[in-house]
Write a protein that binds this ligand. Sequence first.
Ligand code: HEC
Length: 138
Amino acid sequence: MSWWQASWRNRVVRFVAFGYAFLGFIALSAAGPSVPVDGAEIFSRCVACHSLERNRTGPKLCGVVGRPTASISGFAYSKALQALESEWTEEKLNWFLESPTRKVRGTRMAYAGVRDAEERLALIAFLRDAATDPDLCP
Ligand code: HEC
């Protein structure tokens, strides 16, 4: 075997090896569990009715984490939500947002809910952090 045949073969082997390594990297970064859920993106499902800063179809959500339930004055809450007489802790939000109409029978929040637990956690973290972000909640 002459020298150029050996080096040609080496090149092919190296090319194929790099190819596989590259494909493996792409596959890992696309499917890897390390890709975090973006809470802001989940919140985009709420903005049909809610704004952080002001009341719309739903009450404003700035500072909702830690806020007493149904406590925005001037917003016409349903009797069902008023009857909760609770506080929107992260746990309470996690409970409610999974399926609002089933958790609080008679709520006017006509929304199926965020069924994915990981998405709910990211959403609640977004709402909590928004309260101290002057760009989102001045
Ligand atoms: C179809 C419109 C609509 C959508 C979509 C919607 N909401 Fe609501 N939301 C409402 C209404 C209306 C109320 C008031 C409910 C009541 O009085 O029973 C409400 C109430 C709430 C409350 C209680 C606030 C308080 O002051 O007690 C929270 C928390 C809330 N929504 C969070 C969310 C989040 C988070 C999303 C997105 C995942 C969302 N909502 C999507 C309409 C909506």
